[in-house]
Design a protein around this ligand. Structure first.
Ligand code: HEM
Length: 565
């Protein structure tokens, strides 16, 4: 008994000493770097020794960030275990800091568990700024820059994948959510690697591997003590309590093995292409071909470029699937909850495309189908996939609106907030008009929790239709992030979401099935790192026999590996 209480007391004292040393070090460093004594932005009161450790959310970040917004205004500042955090709750502040001062707010947080132990840090989105990251961005930007390039290079593939999606739902309507997940995964896998699995022995199914890695990623970013106390990563794996390290190293090996396998498979086949083996176009094949046709002057640079291609192709795989799936799930849930909106969208599809041909990307455009264009934006806004953004980190100290923001602060930007106009007026801090908020701002989006594509439309002068309303804030301006780290996949995502939505509505009527409570945002969405709808059920009822025939015909003309489901 006495020994037990000694161990407990020693543990508590040890923890207090560790926290205390971080706390003291943080304030000494701040005092030295901020000689004018400028205040930090407002935030919850910091307790001695542990700072704001108890205030830090472990889940539902966007909801907690929104609460802080009501209390502290456009910026909330916290310190936990010596690590400063800033939550931006305003579009204009995000533009000022992350866009206009983008060369400063360019880094990512040091995530010891996810980045260093588990190897996820090799993904473009986690790589710190520097030569490797710049090279990765250059390759990604070249492959994805601009709507015309996306339309030219990826439309055919997206139409093929949407055809397979509709065919799969026709065959197994009960699996519609799984089929949507697969489509989102298959598009990026095929763009990246030209195949959705290893065709030689069929033993590597890339989508299963992707789902496994997704589960691991979700575990690693949950917040481990080692993220607060990086020295913990040096404790030996056999040490009691070092399970996190054993897990991290195991997961890291799995990440590396998957990344290497997928890259090397394409590279080896590409090198034998000249001997008559033909290989489908893909990001890895095309960028490696360009690289090998004009190799850099020295072997070291060549190695760096190969590494950059390997990591950036893996980013398609990791960053471009869950996010698109999230928007498509939001769209399906909305269609089941708002049948009158679905009817309006289908009327436009029927008028422009009809039932005698498949949709094509040539049907896309605010001049051709403005309602569908608005529907896509509303699906993106309704539940932004990364509600609290992906954190940025400044490399230098900064002063903004009289507040001191230390370098290495972890900066979240909350693109979500739940509110309604009454609550807005009663907010503890009155927001100035220029501190515009994001997806749930009643000033920008009246009745923000409702799914209303019309908010992006105006009745046109002739009264015969609608035109696009350019004065409504386009959610793509914030949902895809800010500054130098902005998502390189915006055009690709918007086009892919458009193709999937049009194919689904053209082929099916989405009907609500089952009960459940779907009234509020909290009833509908998970607010996890990638926020999805909660599981829901609906019937997808085929609209027309002719549509079914056209899909069967298009599907029949695909080769067998493409049809592999
Ligand atoms: C609806 C779909 C998508 C959403 C909502 C989304 C959102 C985001 C956001 C918020 C960021 C962080 C930006 C920042 O730091 O400010 C990001 C980064 C990134 N996204 Fe996307 N994304 C989507 C689809 C895609 C696709 C299809 C790709 C694949 C090509 C992709 C590749 C990336 C990469 C590589 C980064 C890291 C960029 C960097 O750190 O330099 N994303 N995305």
């Amino acid at each position: 008994m006495a020994l037990n209480s000694f161990v407990v007391n020693a543990g508590i004292i040890g923890a207090l000493l560790v926290f205390g040393s971080y706390y003291v070090r943080h304030y000494v460093v701040m005092w030295r770097r901020n000689p004018q004594g400028l205040p930090n932005p407002p935030g919850p009161r910091q307790l001695p020794i542990i700072g704001n450790l108890l205030d830090m959310p472990r889940k539902h970040y966007p909801l907690t960030h929104t609460k802080w917004m009501r209390k502290y205004g456009p910026m909330t500042y916290l310190v936990a275990a010596g690590q400063p955090f800033l939550v931006i709750n305003s579009y204009d502040v995000a533009k000022d800091l992350l866009d206009k001062r983008g060369s400063n707010y360019i880094n990512r947080p040091r995530m010891v568990m996810a980045g260093e132990l588990s190897g996820i840090g090799k993904a473009t989105g986690m790589t710190q700024s520097g030569t490797l990251w710049k090279k990765q961005r250059r390759y990604l930007n070249k492959a994805l820059s601009g709507e015309p390039i996306v339309r030219r290079d990826y439309s055919e593939l997206m139409i093929k994948r949407a055809t397979i999606l509709v065919k799969s739902i026709l065959d197994h309507p009960e699996n519609f959510l799984w089929e949507v997940k697969k489509m989102a995964g298959h598009v990026v896998i095929e763009v990246g690697y030209g195949a959705i699995g290893d065709d030689e022995d069929g033993s590597h199914n890339y989508i299963d591997m992707q789902i496994e890695l997704g589960i691991i990623t979700a575990k690693t970013v949950q917040g481990y003590w080692v993220d607060y106390f990086p020295w913990l990563k040096h404790i030996p794996t056999w040490f009691p309590g070092a399970q996190f390290k054993r897990d991290g190293l195991r997961w890291g090996k799995q990440f590396d093995a998957t990344r290497d396998y997928m890259f090397e498979t394409v590279r080896k086949r590409m090198l034998s292409e000249d001997q008559g083996v033909s290989l489908p176009s893909s990001f890895v094949r095309n960028t490696l071909r360009d690289l090998y046709s004009k190799p850099p002057p020295d072997a070291q640079q060549l190695k760096e470029d190969e590494e950059a291609i390997k990591c950036s192709s893996f980013s398609f795989y990791r960053a471009g699937s869950d996010t698109v799936e999230s928007v498509l799930r939001s769209f399906l849930l909305a269609m089941s909850l708002y049948p009158e909106i679905q009817a309006r969208a289908y009327a436009e599809i029927e008028r422009v495309i009809g039932s005698c041909r498949l949709p094509t990307v040539n049907d896309k455009g605010a001049d051709k189908m403005p309602y569908i264009e608005a529907l896509v934006l509303e699906a993106v806004r309704w539940n932004p996939p990364t509600g609290s953004g992906v954190p940025h980190v400044p490399i230098h100290d900064d002063v903004y609106q009289g507040y001191f923001i230390p370098k290495e602060t972890i900066v979240y930007n909350n693109v979500w907030w739940v509110n309604n106009s009454t609550e807005f007026q009663h907010a503890d801090v009155l927001l100035r008009p220029q501190d515009r908020q994001l997806s749930r701002d009643p000033v920008y989006y009246p009745n923000p929790s409702d799914f209303i594509p019309e908010r992006f439309l105006l009745a046109d002068d002739t009264g015969s239709g609608v035109t696009f309303n350019k004065s409504t804030l386009d959610p793509c301006q914030y949902v895809f992030g800010f500054g130098r780290r902005i998502c390189p996949g915006i055009d690709m995502s918007v086009q892919e979401i458009w193709v999937a939505i049009v194919f689904i509505l053209w082929a099916f009527e989405v009907k609500r099935k089952g009960g459940g409570k779907w009234d509020t945002d909290e009833d509908r969405f998970t607010f996890t790192f990638i926020s999805h709808t909660k599981p829901f059920d609906c019937d997808l009822i085929p609209r027309l026999d002719k549509a079914k025939e056209l899909i069967e015909e298009a599907y029949g003309s695909l080769s067998s590996p493409e049809r592999r489901k």
